[in-house]
Design a protein around this ligand. Structure first.
Ligand SMILES: *Cc1c(COP(=O)(O)O)cnc(C)c1O
Length: 429
């Protein structure tokens, strides 16, 4: 380990276990000492332009003054208080605001600390929804290939069963119905039939609307989303949308489901909910789902309660982020970002090894035939001064929604430089 790395790095590195990382062979992680706007500041003074906004969280960029001011004020008042038997202003304000922003009657907000947990909660809610009405046996879910819903067990079980992240756990996970995402009317008719035939064992269908994120940044049309929603309605199975990636402006509307005019029974929110500051997620249910839990029987209550649920500091962050959505025309900026990305990514279509280029909202994707070594490719991007994490066979950017035009150009130029140097994909030649 290099001697010019900071002391905290040299002394602590052996004690940390990093995500999705082969600790024996992976290149050492980069020491970050600060963030600023769309930049990461490294210990050696370098600044990297962040193309992925810290796993799609930092929607307003880092260190936004409005976020900082309101979070600091909240720390002075109260960082945390349990939600069991107690409530606080931030949680109620945030619940009311989310219910107002979400389409239809998604009115009942259940908080948690991570996206995966919000998915676990959605699944449990769906199972208990049927049980509370005296309907037994509806405890399985339909999920889709290339779907990703998190790393906890039930969340893994409804995601793509063959993806590299979850393959090892097949024997441990609950069996679900994992199907190919419909692409045509014919596929939709097949799904409809499948739901009709198996509805007695199905609690619900879960999917990511418009973009399957971690499973490869795969897009589908609003009509497909609408068709799946319709199939669920016809078969009377619950429709669960995981907007942990797509929510909060990422696809051009506040929530992706708006583009298909679809209202799910349950929606999961996370990631950009607190604009990349502190951990928080939410599972929001419609009146119909919520009402199935109202009873004189205490056992029909929803049996879940994360320790840090509705953490006041996280609520303050989420409320501050919603203030920014109101004060700054963020969605209008996404339109401009989409235009810029569409125009500048078009040039990549003709590069060797490029299979597809696609843009939706502030998500731009270059699909390659394959990427031999994503870590090596990542290092090439760092050399160009940008932080981009290729995923499977795609290079993608999901920048902060506050990114300036010149910064988008810098990102694009860095990608162009790397694609022109094919050395990172040598064994592909
Ligand atoms: C990131 C993500 C999750 C998991 O969220 P965590 O906060 O990492 O647990 C679930 N679903 C989707 C669509 C995601 O993008």
């Amino acid at each position: 380990m290099s001697a010019d790395l900071p002391e905290w790095y040299r002394e602590g590195y052996d004690n940390i276990w990093l995500p999705y990382t082969q600790m024996k062979t992976a290149p050492d992680a980069l020491p970050v000492v600060g963030t600023d706007g769309v930049y990461l500041e490294l210990a050696d003074g370098r600044r990297l332009l962040d193309g992925i906004a810290s796993w799609w969280t930092a929607c307003h960029g880092y260190n936004h003054p409005g976020m900082k001011e309101k979070m600091k004020a909240q720390i002075d008042r109260m960082s945390h208080v349990m939600l069991g038997g107690l409530v606080h202003e931030g949680a109620l304000d945030l619940s009311r605001r989310l219910a107002g922003l979400l389409p239809g009657d998604l009115n009942h907000v259940f908080f948690s600390e991570s996206g995966s947990v919000s998915v676990e909660i959605a699944l449990k809610m769906a199972v208990q929804f049927w049980l509370n009405q005296g309907i037994e046996g509806r405890a399985r879910f339909v999920g889709f290939k290339a779907g990703y819903h998190g790393d906890t067990s039930a969340a893994m079980s409804v995601g793509d069963s063959d993806d590299g992240m979850h393959k090892a756990f097949g024997g441990y996970l609950q069996q679900q119905y994992i199907r190919t995402l419909p692409q045509s009317d014919e596929d939709l008719a097949e799904l409809k039939q499948f739901l009709r035939e198996n509805k007695d064992s199905i609690a619900g269908v879960i999917m990511e609307p418009l973009i399957q994120g971690a499973g490869g940044m795969k897009f589908h049309e609003a009509e497909i989303l609408g068709g799946i929603a319709e199939a669920c309605r016809k078969a009377d199975v619950l429709f669960i949308l995981d907007e942990i990636f797509t929510g909060f402006g990422r696809t051009g509307t506040m929530f992706a489901c708006e583009q298909a005019e679809v209202v799910p029974d349950i929606i999961c929110l996370g990631k950009a909910l607190t604009a990349g500051t502190v951990a928080m997620a939410a599972t929001v249910a419609t009146d119909r789902v919520y009402e199935a839990f109202l009873s004189d029987d205490p056992e029909k209550a929803f049996m879940h309660g994360p320790t840090y649920m509705a953490n006041p500091l996280a609520c303050a962050a989420a409320n501050a982020s919603l203030d920014i959505f109101e004060e700054e025309d963020v969605l209008d900026r996404v339109k401009k970002i989409e235009g810029h990305l569409t125009q500048s990514f078009a040039q990549f279509r003709d590069k060797p090894g490029v299979v597809d280029v696609r843009v939706k909202g502030a998500v731009a994707v270059i699909q390659l035939e394959r990427i031999e070594d994503t870590a090596k490719l990542r290092e090439e991007f760092v050399r160009e001064g940008v932080w981009i994490r290729p995923l499977g066979d795609v290079i993608y950017v999901t920048p902060a929604l506050s990114i300036e035009s010149a910064e988008i150009s810098a990102l694009t130029e860095a990608i162009d430089n790397v694609l022109n140097r094919s050395s990172w994909n040598d064994s592909n030649q």
